[in-house]
Ligand binder design. Sequence first.
Ligand SMILES: O=C(O)CCC(=O)C(=O)O
Length: 362
Amino acid sequence: MLSSVEIDRFKRDGFLLLRNVFSAAEVERFIAAGKGASRTADLFTMPALEGFWSDSRLVQIAKLLLGGTVTFFGEASYLKEVFKPGEAVHGRHLHHDAKGTPGHLFSRQHEPTDEPYPIIRFAVYLQDHANFSGGLKLVPGSHQFNSANFNEDELSCYDVPSKPGDLVVFCNKILHSPYALRRKESPNTALPPKRETVMSAKDPDVFLPAPVDRDVIFVDFAGSNAFADVYIKGRAIIPTNTRNGLVQTFLKGPLIKDAEGVGANLRLDAGVVEALTKVAATVKNGAVGEAGLPYLAALPRLCRFSKSWSPHFDFVPEPRADDTIEAGVALYGKMVPRIAELLGLMKTMRRDLDMAAYDIHR
Ligand SMILES: O=C(O)CCC(=O)C(=O)O
């Protein structure tokens, strides 16, 4: 599936553009599945795509890039944006997504790590970004430098010329930005995003238009070191990332079957937090509502798929062997205060954060 040259290129550049991985019929099917989806949809709320994460092409590539063992931790989403023809698209900014260190659950991992940073993201852009603006911008090689401070103007950017059917995979520590703008007169020379924004405010016509429909499927995989463990916990706990469909898919059965089918491990910390959140939403005067009970009963099983592999920031206790509501209640009682405590760490980073919005007791 990948040559050794491609694997080495990924190590050096931090990304790969793989051409024609998906057929035209598959692309059509993906776009049809996204019709009517909200701007960001959990793939587990989209029946036609709930098994997409376990596509053997993705998993085989992930194994080659992450060095053998791969873990799927529930991050699979569909981004659907519709722009007006000619609309100036905003929101481009260089950032990386390597978050969580053994010292702090939510701080960014700016330093290079001894081993390659262990989280990768697949992105399937379902429209032409070779002849249009609006695609992914990257700074090749930036996954290997300290990105605590950088001057955009000193970086060499690359606008990924993806076309429908292509697969992009990048290391989460690479600096990247959505909504690249391609200049009409030199479409293959990428600019830093801030310069694009200034130029487009002056004269948007300098750039090629973005496609009106911008649909992208994202799926993340983890390797197995301490950084991966902390990343998975942080992503599960951060309230803006709470999943919505992972637990139902787990309860229906396909998640485990799909994982076994492709030899991927599952880490369901995000499912644990989704279940806790769904239970909490039904609590009135201390009593769990009817709708919360299946989630309470699922907690012990979900916890068995959430075994931590580093000593940092644990919030999932060893569950009892029985899958009962009582066992769920015991886990709920232990985990809710622990998660609130871990979320308190966010306060130490963002003093202005309104913690009430993150309070899952309510
Ligand atoms: O929408 C995109 O092209 C990139 C999204 C992004 O910035 C990310 O995955 O972190």
